[in-house]
Design a protein. Structure first.
Length: 222
């Protein structure tokens, strides 16, 4: 087994790596991330490529960055992913793992896209209760910041906050504790899969309604 892990820069992919390291030691061969080439940031999460590369370095795994255009069409995205699958098979990858939790349509889409490629999808966190999972992550030493919030369900002030028990207690009723419905996205800075933590500061705010992004930046030297 040789696994390529879809790495969003957030807590779910980091915890998926933790689970895979526990259940399939040494099997994860590389991390895969799509990068918005217009902004040099992780697609959807808005995390700087510099932070992403620091995350990969601390896992000790190679990082496969896949550039996609801003406002990427589904056709372009799928074409780039087909190229990734071709490369993965050529390099002996057997499985592609995802940090998805419970959205059936997302899982079905991933399974459809991998059908016939020679790659088998893995979902190491699938159907784990998200309240218990969020607490497990925090108790396990994972540290993260909210990089994006959807202001239709969360106040903009949540952007940039630490993913901790205080935040969980403050989440409004109906918001998933892991943000699986897209309520928020995170940037991981520490955890059991990292050899060392990443020191960060909270930078500026960017509004792209209905989303609010907070820049997670490398900490300034003291």
């Amino acid at each position: 087994m040789k696994i390529l892990l879809s790495w969003s820069s957030g807590k779910d992919s980091a915890w998926a790596l933790h689970e895979l390291n526990r259940t399939h030691p040494g099997a994860v061969a590389a991390l895969l991330t799509t990068i918005n080439e217009a902004y040099d940031r992780v697609a959807m999460h808005g995390v700087r490529a510099q932070i992403l590369e620091a995350q990969a370095e601390r896992t000790g795994l190679p990082l496969w960055q896949v550039p996609i255009p801003d406002q990427c069409t589904n056709e372009t995205y799928e074409a780039r992913m087909r190229d990734v699958c071709t490369r993965a098979v050529a390099e002996g990858i057997t499985h592609v793992a995802f940090g998805d939790l419970f959205l059936e349509d997302i899982r079905a889409y991933r399974e459809k896209q991998l059908a016939g490629t020679g790659l088998t999808p893995l979902f190491p966190l699938w159907l784990k209760p998200t309240r218990a999972l969020a607490e497990q992550m925090i108790d396990g030493g994972l540290e993260a910041r909210l990089s994006v919030v959807d202001t239709r369900v969360l106040d903009a002030s949540f952007a940039g906050r630490a993913f901790d028990r205080t935040l969980l207690a403050d989440l409004p009723e109906g918001v998933d504790w892991c943000g699986e419905q897209g309520e928020f996205h995170t940037c991981v800075t520490a955890g059991p899969v990292f050899r060392a933590s990443i020191a960060v500061d909270i930078g500026g705010r960017r509004d792209q309604p209905p989303f609010v992004f907070r820049d997670i930046v490398p900490a300034s030297p003291s």
